[in-house]
Design a protein around this ligand. Structure first.
Ligand SMILES: O=C(O)CCC(=O)C(=O)O
Length: 265
């Protein structure tokens, strides 16, 4: 059962492949946001201290992944998480999970969650996910991105081409295939989509739901850092949902309701 806010997100996801709204419409409890914001502030402070250390020629323990070094990750792959983590609680909450599950038409796995800090690029070209691409994981999946700072053009906003996900009117553009051509030439794609791409600039606290098997890109910050939290919900049939799960759930599953238990196990 979805309430009106969740139903509206679902309708827009089905129609366009994305939906955007203030997180507090979906999760109106101020104490939830206060805890997330305070955790986000610690992440930003630790990251900025680590970056300053690196700039001074020292070493840091900032989390980065080979191939996508431009993002500093608050959690990273292999992290152990329990229900004391406010981000895990949010990602596994029925407010978000029910939307993802309704869209996928099945109970999903919470495959990935992380906090990302993307410092401004020092010149150079767009790399990997800063370029237009489809995600490989599955034909249908849902990602949520929650901005933890105000994001304008200079902070590398997320961008999406509505209706390019499988089932959408533009699905035929370099169509999604398992291990397909997920990164077409940027200029050819830009020509084909003309002005149909949506750029998600928005204030802190904005949440974007998106089926990222449609074309998307982002994180090409040029002037200021972008900070966000991100969750991926995918079908249990997607190999990535089990083999690439980014965290290990180390709390008890006892007492959790069945969809939450499924998402975390
Ligand atoms: O950083 C971004 O805005 C794009 C992220 C992305 O491509 C993804 O999560 O699949």
């Amino acid at each position: 059962m979805l309430d009106a806010v969740q139903q509206d997100v679902l309708d827009r996801l089905r129609e366009d492949g994305y939906a955007v709204l203030p997180l507090d419409r979906l999760v109106p409890q101020p104490e939830v946001w206060a805890e997330l914001e305070s955790d986000a502030q610690s992440f930003v402070a630790d990251t900025e201290a680590g970056l300053a250390q690196e700039r001074a020629g020292g070493e840091s323990n900032l989390g980065r992944r080979p191939g996508k070094e431009f993002v500093v990750r608050g959690k990273g792959y292999g992290v152990e998480l329990g229900l004391d983590d406010p981000w895990l609680r949010l990602g596994a909450s029925r407010r978000l999970l029910d939307v993802a599950n309704a869209y996928l038409g099945m109970w999903s796995k919470l495959e990935y969650l992380d906090l990302w800090y993307t410092p401004p690029a020092e010149g150079g070209e767009r790399q990997v996910s800063q370029r237009w691409h489809r995600d490989f994981n599955d034909r249908r999946l849902v990602k949520a991105f929650i901005y933890l700072v105000d994001v304008d053009e200079g902070a590398g906003p997320f961008e999406y081409v509505p209706r390019t996900a499988p089932g959408g009117e533009l699905e035929g553009l370099w169509p999604w295939r398992p291990l397909g051509e997920n990164y077409p030439p940027e200029d050819e794609l830009a020509e084909k989509i003309a002005d149909r791409a949506v750029t998600f600039t928005g204030p802190k606290g904005t949440i974007i739901f998106c089926n990222t098997s449609g074309f998307h890109r982002g994180g090409f910050a040029t002037e200021k850092p972008r900070v966000l939290a991100t969750f991926t919900y995918s079908s249990p049939a997607s190999l990535a949902s089990l083999t690439e799960r980014s965290y290990r759930f180390v709390d008890s599953l006892e007492g959790l309701d069945p969809p939450t238990r499924f998402a975390l196990s």
